[in-house]
Write a protein that binds this ligand. Structure first.
Ligand code: AMP
Ligand code: MG
Length: 491
């Protein structure tokens, strides 16, 4: 008797709205099949939230989708065209090693891009091989999921597979593909591409599509394109303030790595700072510190100015008027950013209301952190539990003075000590993805095929505000080192 085998539906439900945009915006291309795919990690919770069946995703057919060996029904794979300023220099780029399978529509009707990263060459690959290696793809998985846990808008990671093929960098490395989930992959660089190489009609098509997809509530505004600019500025002011508040250094804030949706994207040489310093740079290619921690808000303004330039013809038919409107919008970034940052910092110090001296209270604390090389995350953590004896600031006269001012400031608000403590717990992560912990997890995974270290790390990072006992060892600082931590692009 033939057994009836139940076919489990995976749940892919693709729309391909981007592929209906003008043809010059993308190239129709399939991922390049790989030899021997193996599933390394699958994000079960994320899969379920996308309406996908975990069991089916883990089957050979499911795995083949993550590997690019099988195009699921309804998918219309494309590589997207975009340009970008890389370290200030304008270049044509595009998905050189990624393919968008389509947009998954969830059961609740939300739309998410499903993209394979490391899936083979495309017309935008330039000299590259279109591939990615396991270490950097797992790194993106860990950091993006940590950012999600921290409550910071981000693209997410659904799965990593190895390809069974080696790729050649300085040495031979195991090839891998990351399945990335994003609100969309529309970037500042997408607008730059269309503005430079397409016509006014196509620019309008991109802007209208973006409004429809991300900001449909502005479509009937008097000047929807000016509103689009303002919305993107607002989103980036919120996002970059969140980065600063947790000490995240993106590392390569090129305009192609800035989304229109306001999500963090492209986890290359990014890292979290330990000791507080505005000059913190991790990326080995950022020789002049263009993308240093303290520069991120200014780079935000620079990138948004490039975005504003692309929208000028849509904002007003009179160019001078368009420039004036766009400039005023961009100028607002600084104020918006500052308000977000101040609100976040007040919460980190347990403050509910606003007083004019708050700014100097905050500035004094962070300049002491910089002066005494205090650990950024742990200083706020110790303040949360009033365990200042565990910080390097204890005993410093200026800190004692500051501490008394802070306590007096807390006394002056209506909320109780307990309420302040709760606010601080929810605003100061107990754990961040410390560089030595991320490296340790990647080394075990890549060198030894041991994924348990990464799984434990991911588990701890998924609840950074829970202050659970298993987090203790993850909040310890790295052993003193003679050379600073360096990250590489991993391309
Ligand atoms: P990123 O530094 O990841 O933002 O990438 C910058 C540009 O280089 C993008 O156009 C990528 O698609 C492209 N790129 C990066 N690595 C590769 C590769 N191995 N093969 C082809 N293109 C790549
Ligand atoms: Mg990029």
């Amino acid at each position: 008797m033939i057994e009836k085998k139940e076919i489990i539906e995976t749940g892919w439900n693709f729309h391909n709205s981007y592929a209906h945009l003008p043809k010059s915006f993308f190239t129709r291309i399939n991922p390049t099949p790989v030899r021997l795919p193996k599933l390394i990690i699958l994000n079960n919770i994320l899969a379920k939230s996308l309406g996908l069946n975990v069991e089916a995703l883990q089957s050979n057919d499911g795995l083949d989708v993550f590997a690019g060996n099988n195009i699921p029904e309804g998918s219309f794979p494309i590589a997207q065209a975009y340009a970008g300023h890389q370290f200030g220099h304008f270049t044509m780029l595009g998905d050189g090693r990624a393919v968008l399978l389509g947009e998954q529509i969830t059961l609740s009707g939300e739309r998410f891009d499903i993209q394979l990263k490391g899936s083979g060459r495309t017309p935008y690959s330039r000299g590259g091989d279109g591939r990615a290696s396991l270490g950097p793809m797992l790194r993106e998985y860990i950091i993006s999921e940590a950012m999600y846990g921290l409550g910071i808008p981000t693209t997410r990671s659904l799965a990593v597979v190895t390809t069974g093929e080696s790729i050649i960098r300085e040495t031979r490395l195991p090839g891998a593909i990351l399945t990335r989930i994003a609100a969309s992959h529309i970037r500042v660089g997408t607008f730059q591409y269309v503005s430079k190489w397409s016509n006014a009609e196509e620019l309008k098509a991109l802007a209208d599509y973006t409004i429809q997809r991300h900001f449909s509530y502005i479509k009937n505004d008097e000047n929807p394109y000016l509103s689009l600019l303002k919305e993107v500025i607002k989103g980036q002011a919120e996002l970059i303030a969140k980065w600063q508040l947790v000490g995240f250094v993106h590392g390569v804030m090129n305009t192609d790595n800035m989304t229109i949706s306001g999500e963090t994207i492209d986890y290359g040489p990014c890292a979290f700072m330990d000791t507080y310093s505005l000059k913190t740079v991790f990326s080995s290619i950022d020789l002049h510190g263009r993308y240093a921690y303290g520069n991120q808000p200014d780079i935000g303004v620079w990138n948004l100015s490039r975005f504003a330039e692309t929208l000028l013809p849509l904002i007003h038919e009179n160019q001078d008027k368009a420039v004036e409107l766009a400039q005023n919008a961009v100028l607002d970034f600084t104020k918006l950013y500052h308000n977000n940052w101040m609100a976040g910092m007040r919460a980190k110090l347990g403050l509910f209301n606003e007083e004019t001296q708050d700014e100097s209270l905050i500035e004094d604390l962070i300049s002491m952190m910089e002066k005494y090389s205090a650990d950024y995350t742990n200083t706020f953590r110790e303040l949360t539990f009033d365990k200042v004896e565990d910080t390097v600031l204890v005993g410093k006269t200026e800190f004692t003075k500051w501490y008394d001012l802070w306590k007096a400031r807390l006394e002056r608000q209506q909320e109780s000590k307990d309420e302040s403590h709760e606010l601080m717990k929810n605003s100061n992560p107990a754990v961040i993805p410390r560089n030595h912990r991320v490296e340790e997890a990647l080394e075990a995974a890549v060198e030894k095929g041991d994924y348990s270290v990464m799984e434990r790390l991911l588990n701890v990072l998924s609840k950074p505000y829970s202050y659970s006992p298993e987090q203790e060892e993850y909040s310890k600082l790295p052993p003193p080192s003679t050379c600073p931590y360096r990250t590489f692009c991993g391309t």
